[in-house]
Design a binder for this molecule. Structure first.
Ligand code: NAD
Length: 554
């Protein structure tokens, strides 16, 4: 890897093709965009976000993918196996140009030990969710979801706003870095602990976080002052969460809201044990991974014990999808699941209507293209106040990273409508190049993850993973531009299976038909999955929107 350290990847901009068609071009630009230093957390290692979530297995694979996409015909499909291009087959123009399977292991082998062993042998790669499926758009993607989550928390517990409250979390990495901005967008005060100074500095640079505090005392006094004035403020606090949460308890500090976004789902690579620095952690990880994991698990247990203690003193506490409860539970914290996951607490009702993190990217590289689509989405959905507020705040506060992109939560029916509008804007020349439309794997009908997206399903079907498999298959059949099936995203090996899709609006009639099909079947799967599990809102959505479910009663 050493020879590639100086490589800087950036997607081409503009309306000129470097491939044989816009779908191939879109895949090429989005792969490269995932590795843009403005977008990726550790681009030199091909790591995009979320611990070791990668875009390609190694640099040789990256080069081979690029070459394959450059030469791929409009009736061919490239197959990617854990970040390595393995075959090109003749298919047909409406088929996906790329099919991706990342990090999948047979269930009885689906654990980190097996994965790491295969990864060391060069046989696998961790795809996370949007890293290996080439539709990560930097921290903005997660800002929207985090904003929605904290807004719903505010509605349920604080009369609709976080004004005059302090939210405490840890982890200001690729996704966790969205928390400070999402909390201040909801008018609250935020303290985010991170052990890595460069992570905090990166968030301050991108204006997601306001200030850095070196000590706990400093952070608390600044936060309390802002809270009492009702002033939004975000603070990155340098330190280790496993060490600082117990000290907060000793000092009698109780946050109003409490969560965590360290990469606890991966104790070897994502969590720094108490007493270690980033550097000493790196050394121990290389020298003695078993000891490292044991220390990390011990610290995670202490961290969760402190979260439970703060919860019992009144902090509204939830797990933010990093599997920290499971890791602590396995390390002996029997009460670890006493606080809920954020999906059943705040997100599921939206999934029932097929709503989720819909996103689009301007392949031109021109921010104006996104501002034009912002205006279009606001025009099209004037009654959706949350969306209107989000687009205004995003324009004001969210800097673009890499290719300009936008995200907002749209549901069944809305996505297909808006997809058609974007395609029309490309066709008419109003936008200067085609647009890529995709989503996170964390969506209504594309993921099985019993400690996160499918926690506590009404019918107990949390662990059924037929749904993401069907989702990938129907999106392939419907003609998505690229489709991916991953394992272990978010919560780690053994705990999730999920599917991604991206579809390109290039202004053509063929694209319009594909967009219509994919953007209907994809969110439709979300409605169907939840209606099948017995959610009344989903059943009603299915009926009122005319989604055909042969066995939906009533
Ligand atoms: P990341 O690896 O980029 O960042 C993790 C951060 O945690 C790093 O900055 C690291 O320095 C810090 N950290 C590690 N150990 C620490 C400790 N003991 N004390 C303080 N800081 C510590 O990961 P990410 O992309 O930000 O994701 C974080 C986690 O949150 C992942 O597990 C991810 O799956 C989960 N997540 C879930 C959702 C969701 O919507 N469900 C959203 C965001 C993140």
């Amino acid at each position: 890897m050493g020879t590639h350290e100086a490589r800087v990847i950036r997607a081409p901009r503009g309306s000129q093709l470097h491939t044989k068609g816009w779908v191939q071009e879109a895949a090429l630009r989005m792969l490269m965009n995932n590795l843009d230093p403005e977008v990726a957390e550790h681009p030199e290692q091909l790591v995009v976000y979320g611990g070791i979530g990668k875009a390609a297995r190694n640099w040789e694979s990256f080069d081979a993918i690029v070459h394959s996409l450059q030469t791929l015909e409009d009736n061919e499909t490239l197959l990617i196996q854990s970040g390595k291009p393995v075959a090109i087959f003749r298919t047909h123009p409406d088929a996906p140009r790329v099919l991706i399977a990342n990090s999948n292991l047979v269930p009885a082998w689906a654990n980190w030990e097996t994965f790491h062993e295969l990864d060391r042998k060069g046989l696998m790669m961790y795809g996370q969710m949007t890293a290996g499926s080439w539709i990560y758009i930097g921290t903005q993607g997660i800002v929207q979801g985090t904003y929605e989550t904290f807004a719903e928390c505010a509605r349920q517990h604080f009369g609709g706003t976080l004004k005059g409250t302090i939210t405490l979390s840890a982890g200001l990495g690729g996704m966790g870095g969205a928390q400070p901005l999402a909390v201040t967008m909801n008018d609250g005060v935020f303290i985010g602990i991170d052990v890595d100074r460069t992570r905090i500095e990166k968030r301050i640079q991108s204006r997601y976080c306001d200030i850095l505090a070196e000590t706990l005392e400093e952070a608390l006094s600044i936060a309390e002052a802002a809270k009492s004035e009702g002033r939004p403020l975000s603070i990155g606090l340098l330190g280790n969460a496993a060490e600082l949460l117990p000290r907060m308890l000793d000092l009698g500090f109780i946050p109003d809201v409490l969560t965590d976004q360290t990469s606890a789902h991966d104790p070897l690579n994502g969590y720094i044990p108490e007493g270690l620095t980033v550097e000493t952690g790196r050394q121990l990880r290389a020298a003695n991974p078993q000891e490292y994991v044991a220390l990390a698990k011990k610290s995670i247990a202490r961290h969760v014990q402190s979260m439970l203690a703060l919860q019992s003193k009144g902090a509204v506490t939830f797990d933010y999808g990093n599997n920290i409860r499971q890791v602590a539970y396995d390390a002996g914290v029997r009460q670890a699941f006493s606080f809920p996951g954020f999906v059943p607490a705040y997100i599921r009702p939206q999934f029932c209507e097929g709503k989720g993190p819909f996103r689009w990217v301007a392949l031109s590289g021109d921010p104006e293209d996104i501002y034009k689509t912002d205006a279009a989405v606001m025009r099209e959905f004037p009654e959706n106040e949350g969306l209107q507020r989000w687009i205004r705040l995003a324009q004001e506060k969210v800097s673009f990273q890499g290719l300009p992109a936008r995200i907002c939560w749209l549901g069944y029916g809305e996505r297909a409508r808006f997809g058609r509008i974007i395609n029309g804007m490309v066709a008419s020349g109003e936008l200067s190049a085609p647009v890529v439309i995709g989503r996170d794997h964390l969506d209504a009908g594309s993921v099985a993850s019993p400690n996160r997206e499918t926690e506590a399903m009404q019918d107990g079907s949390d662990a059924v993973s037929d749904w993401p498999l069907l989702n990938a298959m129907v999106n392939t059949a419907a003609g998505a531009s690229w489709v991916s099936l991953h394992h272990g995203g978010g919560v780690g090996m053994g705990y999730s299976q999920h599917a991604g899709m991206v579809v390109v609006a290039d202004g053509s009639k063929e694209a319009e038909a594909r967009l219509e099909r994919v953007l209907t079947s994809d969110p439709g799967m979300g409605v169907v999955r939840h209606a099948d599990a017995g959610y009344a809102l989903a059943a009603e959505t299915a009926r009122s929107k005319g989604i055909r479910m042969p066995m939906l009663g009533g």
